[in-house]
Design a protein around this ligand. Structure first.
Ligand code: ATP
Length: 806
């Protein structure tokens, strides 16, 4: 081998390498221009053998390389700027480059260490000594060599810059150091890393270090390959998309709908620019618009779906507010302006608005819920609140909603999907913070398709509704500034979790006097305005108006009254148009029938005549208070007790309790001992088609049975309401205000109500209290005493009655 034949001279010319390292055993070509290097090469060429020391400058490869200075003729070469270990090389060939400089082909002979610089001018000459290497032949080294050969194979497949014979050359080397030097020559490595491999003595460490670099190189090449193929794919896809889009555009142009489509896109872009969309929404909208462009914006089903979506999203009030400064005084003025009476209701509303004002528009408290019969002004109260707060008003009905997707919308993947009622309402409202009325919350259903109540809970919950997510939109929408109001006719059917979150405000219905005021001050002027009627054209005096209210309508609110007034005034217009000489139309109580025909409503009759066993009770219905009759009959037989009249479970149980209470008082009431074993009692509540339920007829049923058995009639102008306990105690009931108004309308004069309902009397209108004698009762014995004068009676009268009714 050449290396063994060439000895190391004590002194040798030196060339300094800037960005490469020459390794022992490897053939390398180098180029030089600097006069100092050229002089060193010239000197080497004149020696035999033609040897030279190549050493790499420290920090080489960097811009401000120290070696550039050191090799300059003005500055002496310094030892500290050079790596200590270099390579002695044998020059095989020299080529003079015409433009100046030389190229030499050298073979690395061995590692040498520089002891000192003995001369710097005109040739740099150094004194060196050999730095022998002793390759190790251990199993570890063997294993590492194999590993490196495997990596070389991998590299050869991945790296296009490697010569074809690289792998074969590596396979034929059995010296671990020579293998390392060959591989590192072909690797793309920084100069400092190459120098390190040259300097490491141990074979194992040399190979390990090299293997790490190889691995990294392989990884880089693989990653590069992946990125490249992805870029190629993307380029191909975008070229394909572009091609297809161009085709679609050409087809659309042929069909004549391209131009219009483009206008649409421009319109959407303008709309997007104008709306202040939150970033997430903007991203989604742009994405959809891009899809629309890609779909060609024609008449396809998919582009229709995208357009509907964009219309909905861009119509939504993402940032639009309506705010006017409002004060409680202003709110009070507006509520009074729009509504007659209902002072307590207005007062409660003002309390809520004051809290709202304090919270600076953030809705923290419970949601208001107006409960009451139809036509009592629940909706108009909501409108007045909106007017007072300077906000827009929107009303959404929840009646019959059984599916939570009606609240939260259907996912866009469904055909004909639309947003839920809440988002539709917000779209209608046009502002971010409207007064939002959820109508008929008591008619909310639920079935296997989901529970709308829980969706509503999320809507109403101020801690969750900031990011309300409708399935259709699939974007968060902020509902936290919406002022929600719910309305219902009854509270029993409102889902309890919702009821928990609501502040209930009850509207009970109006007396006819209140209705007269409402008609005079609100309804008639409004209808006149609508129909363009002037005050001089007609006269509707109080007696006529009262007849209209009491005989042509039967309702707790004023909805029908409103309609009837409109019908009546339309007639006025007609009559006037038919008059040859225009006169004022006088509407009298009698002429009302002429104008309204037989739309007369039967008033609830009192019993024609008081009869034993028939007693008047009071009922609460979603439409207001009413009277109801309990009829009883004793029939010979031993079945005990029969109940008819479409009664609910609670009412049936209440009737049985009443029956037991009476039975337990046989002696006290002077009833024949075995009366009930010989007779069965039939209790019926007329109006069999209308379902009835609740415990409040308890005392009425007990009184009816005793009246039947004793044969003592109860006056037809007396009515009662109250739940009965087995002990005979009278328990409180609901809807007292409505019941008392209904009783008065029906012509009742005297009413028994539970003592525990005394607090309700504060709410009863004065005219009702004036017309009714209201008796507070706490025990059934007191009622029996009052109705049948039990204490004064001596002899039992009962068997006679039993015969009479059997
Ligand atoms: N206290 C009142 N003062 C003046 N007008 C009233 C009053 N109460 C009701 N009205 C009028 O009665 C009409 C019906 O009222 P509204 O529509 O608010 O009833 P509602 O309670 O919402 O009924 P529903 O439960 O059927 O929706 C409206 O024109 C309203 O102005």
């Amino acid at each position: 081998m050449v290396e063994e034949q060439v000895r190391t001279p004590g002194e040798s010319p030196l060339v300094v390498l800037q960005d490469s390292v020459v390794f022992p055993h490897i053939l390398t070509s180098l180029a030089f221009h600097h006069p100092m290097d050229l002089a060193a090469i010239d000197e080497a060429m004149n020696r035999e053998p033609k040897t030279l020391v190549c050493v790499t400058a420290r920090n080489s490869g960097k811009e401000e390389s120290a070696s550039l200075e050191t090799v300059s003729p003005e500055l002496p070469v310094k030892l500290e700027n050079l790596h200590e270990v270099g390579t002695m090389v044998l020059i095989h060939k020299l080529l003079r480059i015409p433009a100046g400089g030389v190229a030499i082909m050298v073979q690395g002979i061995r590692r040498v260490k520089i002891d000192e610089i003995v001369q710097t001018d005109p040739v740099v000459r150094v004194r060196v000594h050999p730095d022998p290497e002793s390759p190790d032949r251990s199993v570890e080294t063997e294993a590492l060599m194999r590993l490196i050969l495997g990596q070389v194979k991998q590299l050869a497949e991945l790296a296009p810059y490697l010569p074809d014979e690289f792998e074969t050359m590596a396979l034929n080397i059995d010296n671990p150091h020579h293998l390392a030097y060959l591989v590192v020559t072909f690797l793309k490595l920084p100069v400092e890393d190459r120098q390190k491999i040259l300097e490491i003595d141990s074979s194992e460490a040399k190979l390990t270090n090299l293997s790490t670099h190889l691995e990294r190189e392989i990884e880089l090449l693989e990653l590069g390959g992946k990125i490249k193929s992805k870029i190629q794919d993307d380029v191909q896809k975008s070229q394909r998309d572009f091609f297809l889009r161009e085709q679609v555009r050409a087809i659309q142009k042929e069909l004549g709908d391209g131009e219009e489509g483009d206008e649409d896109i421009v319109r959407y872009r303008e709309k997007i620019a104008k709306s202040q969309l939150p970033p997430e929404v903007l991203r989604e909208v742009n994405r959809e618009l891009d899809r629309l462009v890609r779909f060609g914006n024609g008449q396809s089903q998919e582009s229709g779906v995208i357009r509907t979506y964009l219309d909905v999203v861009l119509d939504l009030p993402w940032a639009r507010h309506s705010t006017e400064p409002f004060s409680i005084e202003k709110a009070q003025k507006i509520l009074d302006e729009d509504h007659y009476g209902i002072e307590k209701v207005k007062d409660r509303i003002l309390d809520e608005l004051a809290v709202h004002l304090r919270a600076k528009g953030k809705n923290r408290g419970p949601v208001l819920c107006f409960i009451g019969p139809p036509g009592v002004g629940k909706t108009t109260l909501g409108q007045s609140i909106a007017r007072a707060m300077g906000r827009s008003f929107v009303r959404v009905s929840l009646g019959g909603v059984r599916d939570d997707s009606e609240i939260r919308g259907h996912r866009r993947t469904y055909v004909g999907a639309m947003p839920g009622r809440i988002i539709q309402g917000m779209r209608k409202a046009g502002t971010h913070n409207p007064v939002f009325m959820l109508d008929e919350i008591d008619k909310l259903g639920s079935d296997q398709r989901g529970d709308p109540a829980s969706a509503l809970l999320e809507v109403l919950d101020s801690s969750q509704n900031k990011d309300f997510r409708d399935h259709y939109l699939d974007l968060p929408f902020d509902l936290s500034e919406v002022f929600f109001i719910a309305t219902a006719n009854v509270f029993q059917t409102i889902p309890p979790p919702l009821l928990d979150r609501m502040e209930i405000i009850r509207l009970a219905g109006y007396t006819w006097e209140e209705k007269r005021h409402i008609a005079r001050q609100y309804l008639i002027p409004r209808v006149m305005k609508e129909l363009g009627i002037d005050p001089f054209e007609f006269r509707l005096d109080d007696p006529a108006l009262v007849r209209l209210i009491r005989e042509f309508t039967r309702e707790a609110g004023v909805r029908t009254l409103d309609r009837k007034i409109a019908t009546l005034l339309r007639k006025v217009v007609r009559v006037r148009s038919e008059m040859s000489r225009k006169r004022k139309v006088i509407i009298t109580p009698k002429s009302i029938s002429t104008y309204l025909g037989n739309e007369y409503v039967e008033p609830e009759h009192l019993l024609d005549k008081a009869a034993p066993g028939v007693v008047t009770g009071l009922a609460w219905t979603p439409n207001g208070g009413d009277v109801l009759f309990i009829e009883t009959l004793a029939i010979e037989g031993s079945k005990g007790f029969i109940l008819t009249g479409h009664l609910g479970d609670v009412m049936k149980e209440s009737a049985r309790t009443a029956f037991s209470v009476v039975q337990s008082r046989i002696a006290k009431l002077g009833i024949e001992q075995n009366f009930f074993s010989k007779n069965e009692i039939h209790v019926h509540v007329p109006g069999g088609a209308i379902p009835k339920d609740g415990p409040s007829a308890g005392i009425t049923i007990a009184v009816a049975i005793v009246s039947l058995v004793t044969g003592i009639p109860v006056p037809e102008t007396l009515a009662m309401t109250g739940e009965i306990a087995l002990s005979g105690r009278v328990l409180p009931v609901g809807g007292v205000k409505e019941k008392l108004i209904g009783a008065r309308e029906a012509g009742i004069k005297r009413v028994f109500i539970p003592e525990k309902n005394a607090k309700d009397l504060l709410e009863i209108p004065e005219e009702v209290k004036k017309d009714l004698t209201i008796v507070l009762v706490s025990h059934i014995d007191d009622i029996f005493d009052e109705c049948f004068s039990i204490k004064k009676r001596k002899k039992p009268v009962l068997s006679k009655v039993g015969k009479k009714f059997s």
